[in-house]
Design a protein around this ligand. Structure first.
Ligand code: CO8
Length: 257
C-alpha cells in the first residue's frame, strides 16, 4: 500500500477506501479529509459505481477520531472551519447514490464513529470499540455525532454515549443498532467479497432508487415519503432492468443487469 492518507481500489464498480494512517490509528486530519473529498469527486462522476466499502488500515483501528494533535491549538474559527470541512465531506459520502458500508476493524471513536454513522450500515469485527469520547477532551462531537447518533440508536442511548464518553464493545454496538453484524476480524474480508457479489448482481438502478427512497423519505412526513416511493417504483418500470429481472425470474435464469 502506498502512503496516501486513503487507499482507493475500484473493482467491478465496488470502491474500497482504506483510511491509511495506521501509526495514528487512522485519525482524521485535514490532509485525509482533502483526500476523501478528491476521491468523492471521482466516485460521484462514475455511472458504473455500485457500492463503496470503507475500512481502516491495520488490525487495530477503523478510525480513532479526529486528529487530536492537529486540533489542540485551533482557535474557535479554525475549529469551525475544520468541522465544516469534515461535515461537508462526510455528507457527500453519505449521499453517494450507492450503498456505503463501514467495515469497522477496531477502534471507532469520535470522528471515526461519526464517519461510520454516515455510512448506510456498518459491520464490526469482534474487537471493535465504539464511542464518542469528545467530552473527555473538553469538546463535543463535531462531525455530526450529536445528530446522526440519536437518529441511529435513539436519543436516550445517544445522550448516554455523548455525555459520559464511555466506550462500548462490538456486542453492545450490535444490541443498540449501531452496527448490523459482528464477526471475527478475519471474516471481514469474506463479508466484503460476499457483499460485493450481492450488490454487484442486483439491478444497479434499482439499488440506487432504493437508497434514494430511504434517505429522502426519512426527511419527509410519511405521506410524502410514500408518494416518493410510488414515483421511484413506477420509474423502475421505465428502464430495462425491470423487464430483465422479471423475465429472468419467469424463465428460471439469472438476470443480467
Ligand atoms: N488523534 C491523533 N493521534 C491519535 C489519535 C487521535 N484521535 N488516536 C490515537 N492516536 C495516536 C496516539 O497518539 C499514538 O501515537 P504515538 O505512537 O505517536 O504516541 C498512536 O496513535 C497509538 O495510540 P495509543 O498509543 O494511544 O494506543 P492505545 O492502544 O494505547 O490506545 C486508544 C488506543 C484508546 C484508541 C487511544 O489512542 C485513544 O484514546 N485515542 C483517542 C480517541 C479519541 O479521543 N477520539 C476522539 C477524538 S476527538 C474527535 O474525534 C472530535 C471530532 C469533532 C472535531 C470537531 C472539529 C474541531
Amino acid at each position: 500500500m502506498n502512503d496516501a492518507p486513503i487507499h482507493l481500489a475500484i473493482d467491478a464498480g465496488i470502491a474500497r477506501l482504506t483510511m491509511n494512517r495506521p501509526k495514528a490509528l487512522n485519525a482524521l486530519n485535514s490532509a485525509l479529509l482533502s483526500e476523501l473529498a478528491s476521491i468523492l469527486d471521482d466516485l460521484e462522476s462514475r455511472d458504473d459505481l455500485r457500492a463503496v466499502l470503507i475500512t481502516g488500515e491495520g488490525e487495530k483501528a477503523f478510525v480513532a477520531g479526529a486528529d487530536i494533535a492537529e486540533m489542540r491549538d485551533k482557535t474557535p474559527d479554525e475549529a469551525r472551519a475544520f468541522a465544516s470541512q469534515a461535515l461537508t465531506t462526510i455528507k457527500r459520502l453519505e449521499r453517494l447514490p450507492v450503498p456505503v458500508v463501514a467495515l469497522v476493524n477496531g477502534f471507532c471513536l469520535g470522528g471515526g464513529c461519526e464517519l461510520a454513522l454516515a455510512c448506510d450500515w456498518a459491520v464490526a469485527s469482534d474487537n471493535a470499540v465504539f464511542g464518542q469520547p469528545e467530552v473527555l477532551l473538553g469538546v463535543i462531537p463535531g462531525f455530526g455525532g450529536t445528530q446522526r447518533l440519536p437518529r441511529r440508536v435513539g436519543p436516550a442511548m445517544a445522550l448516554d454515549l455523548v455525555t459520559t464518553g464511555r466506550k462500548i464493545d462490538a456486542q453492545e454496538a450490535l444490541r443498540i443498532g449501531l452496527v448490523n453484524q459482528v464477526m471475527f476480524q478475519a471474516e471481514l474480508e469474506q463479508y466484503a467479497e460476499t457483499l460485493a457479489k450481492q450488490l454487484g448482481g442486483n439491478g444497479p438502478q434499482a439499488v440506487r432508487s432504493a437508497k434514494q427512497a430511504v434517505h429522502d423519505g426519512m426527511d419527509q412526513d410519511l405521506d410524502s415519503a410514500l408518494a416518493l416511493e410510488t414515483s421511484l417504483f413506477a420509474l423502475s418500470f421505465a428502464g430495462s432492468e425491470q423487464s430483465e429481472g422479471m423475465s429472468a425470474f419467469l424463465e428460471k435464469r439469472k438476470p443480467s443487469f
